[in-house]
Design a protein around this ligand. Sequence first.
Ligand SMILES: [Zn+2]
Length: 124
Amino acid sequence: MEFKGKDLEYYNALMKVRNQVTDQMRYNADTALSSENFEKRGVTTHMADSSYDNVRNEIALRMLSEDGDIVELIDDAIERLANGEYGKCLECGEMIAEARLQARPYALYCIKCKSRQEEMMKQR
Ligand SMILES: [Zn+2]
């Protein structure tokens, strides 16, 4: 897939975030699946009792799934970029502000729709 000009900038921004997230996921997976990190920090394995271990694994796994969501969002965004749909709010169809896309290249909604959604979440 080839992107030009502004699209290429968006693509690069998306891939940059994607790489950061997948690196983080790999780190979290290591944390979840091994106790090496404890030893590295000088904490012996027997000090890490099983309840602490469970909490740690739970946090790491939850982070994994959140990061997985972001990777999905980014892949969707790349697809929209290829279709010429990138940067449009999924709700109102208006262009998402440039500054917002720079902060969150995988944003789905414009700031107006996003804040309306957050308002609705609060009321629930
Ligand atoms: Zn919108």
